[in-house]
Write a protein that binds this ligand. Structure first.
Ligand code: ADP
Ligand code: ZN
Length: 521
């Protein structure tokens, strides 16, 4: 009986003929009043999980959402479907909305977290009397300091648990590692929650990474590439890490006669809305933006998401690149990184201290490792999010499809691992590489590293070459990087130690590695 009602309500309001994977189970559990944590990829249809129950039960769903523009978009879309929806925020000045909300007029009532925490108890008791069917926290990763988008206001939401005693709490997010998941469950004081983790695998997305140097030659190539996408009317988002980059790329595109939208946090609201509008309506095919352009973009036919610069975390990379190919058609995510991106720890850490600082550093290292990965990118991403990927090759990423030159680097690997072993985990990569390259800098002489037998044995390769080798050895687990305060140190793993112990200076076990673009002498 309930299953039929679910299907008919879905059809009546949304016109969909069936549920997407997990939606039905999730909604059923919410109707049974179970707390739920929903972790599913962007575009998998999470919103329906809180939109349908109020229509079935005729009670209000409260939905916490971080951005007013996002709430406005959703309210508009719901109203068009004949669903009664509104939002409450400090910017909402219409007094009738408040009154109607209290008397249970709305199916879906959006609120900012600030509003939800500051609204008087009398409001909640009135609304509870007419009926609240669920309390949903959208973008729930914002609650966690370990997430990529921590927001203080989200932390206070636990106060509402005591007021909304019997209301099921539902957390929804697209990206959450185990740590973040636990944080959401604990922060919202969920009781025996049902945890739904959909697959993160977006099979229609191709993942690839390229390194670049900021110069005019690269910019010309880049613009040429973009002009090809525009010529075939493909929508593209170019995400930059800084406003300066956004402006530069925008300018280069304009100079090449390519119409584009521009979007960043320092633009006036009206200008941002205009950019958003022309992009959504296909009046321009390219959007150059910082990550301020994002949450709630529901454009199904974005074919390319390009990151110009290494993102601050894989969580945010996955979310941003996930805006590509929502309609299921093959689409492409390229990440362009510059070595300098890896030195930006201080820029990203800002005032953060303690745990928060550590979390930021860990995220940066993970994003960097993704860039330097020489094996399947999809496997790496999925395993980062705790999902098992059975095969070693997905066949739809650069490392799986573009053939790379390989060569036996056993001797070089031996030298580097042995040298890092001599440094005993106290240094980053520069020190052991300088030793191998025979440097006589002050810090080498002070530490008497010039007396090591390895000193100078790696002269015939550049330091970039050695770094590229080191990153491969890290990704294959021979070396480990860790973060001390803001410094990265490198040490030899158990696998690396085994390699050393089965080697002699004259003979090492065979180790075939890739000759990457970075290995230039
Ligand atoms: P998420 O919040 O997980 O990023 P959305 O809720 O925005 O995803 O849904 C993504 C798209 O999928 C939307 O355009 C939505 O209308 C569509 N959608 C959701 N559920 C269904 C369904 N059962 N059948 C068809 N389309 C659906
Ligand atoms: Zn792959």
């Amino acid at each position: 009986m309930r299953a039929e009602k679910m299907e008919s309500t879905l059809k009546r309001y949304f016109g969909y003929s069936g549920f997407r994977p997990y939606q039905k189970d999730i909604i059923q559990k919410i109707l049974e009043r179970r707390d739920s944590l929903v972790v599913m990829a962007t575009g998998s249809g999470k919103s329906l999980c809180y939109q349908l129950p109020p229509l079935i039960l005729g009670k209000t769903a409260i939905v916490i959402s971080p951005l007013i523009s996002l709430m406005q978009d959703q309210v508009m879309a719901l109203k068009q479907r004949g669903i009664r929806a509104e939002f409450l925020a400090s910017a909402q000045t219409d007094p009738t909305v408040h009154k109607n909300a209290e008397s249970g007029t709305f199916h879906v009532l959006f609120m900012t977290p600030e509003k939800a925490c500051s609204i008087p108890g009398s409001f909640w008791s009135k609304l509870l009397k007419v009926g609240i069917c669920l309390f949903a926290v959208d973008e729930a990763h914002c609650i966690s300091e370990w997430g990529h988008d921590f927001r203080m206001e989200y932390k206070q939401l636990d106060k509402l648990r005591a007021i909304l005693l019997d209301v099921p709490f539902v957390g929804l997010t697209a990206t959450a590692t185990q740590k973040v998941r636990m944080d959401i469950i604990n922060s919202l004081k969920m009781r025996d929650p049902n945890v739904f983790i959909g697959s993160f695998d977006r099979k229609n997305l191709f993942y690839g990474v390229k390194s670049f140097i900021r110069n005019s030659q690269f910019m010309d190539e880049f613009v040429r590439e973009i002009s090809k996408f525009v010529a075939s009317s493909d929508s593209t988002i170019i995400y930059c890490t800084t406003i300066k980059d956004v402006e530069q790329i925008y300018k280069s595109l304009q100079e090449a006669g390519i119409k584009a939208g521009i979007y960043h946090g320092q633009m006036a609201n009206s200008a941002r809305e205009e950019s958003h509008r022309i992009f959504i309506r296909d009046e321009v095919y390219v959007m150059v933006a910082t990550i301020a352009f994002g949450m709630g973009i529901d454009k199904p036919n974005i074919r390319h998401v390009i990151h110009y610069g290494c993102p601050k975390s894989l969580e945010s990379y996955y979310q941003e690149s996930g805006r590509c190919g929502r309609d299921g058609i093959a689409s492409v995510c390229w990440l362009y990184y510059n070595r300098g991106d890896f030195m930006k720890a201080d820029f990203y850490c800002g005032e953060a201290t303690g745990n928060q600082r550590r979390a930021i550093m860990d995220s940066l290292v993970a994003a960097q490792n993704y860039c330097l990965q020489t094996t399947c990118r999809r496997k790496f991403l999925l395993e980062y999010f705790g999902e098992k990927f059975e095969s070693d090759k997905c066949g739809n990423c650069d490392n799986c499809t573009i053939s790379k030159r390989e060569c036996d680097m056993s001797r070089e690997a031996f030298l580097l691992i042995a040298c890092i072993n001599s440094c005993r985990g106290h240094w980053g990569l520069n020190m052991p590489i300088d030793i191998l390259r025979g440097s006589r800098s002050k810090r080498i002489l002070d530490a008497k590293f010039d007396k090591l037998p390895l000193h100078g044995l790696g002269k015939d390769h550049s330091s970039n070459w050695w770094k590229a080798l080191a990153y491969q050895l890290i990704s294959y687990g021979y070396l480990m990087e860790s973060v001390k305060d803001v410094y990265k140190t490198v040490s030899v793993s158990r696998k690396g130690a085994q390699f050393l112990s089965s080697s002699t200076p004259a003979h090492q076990p065979k180790l075939v590695l890739q000759v990457t673009n970075e290995m230039v002498d």
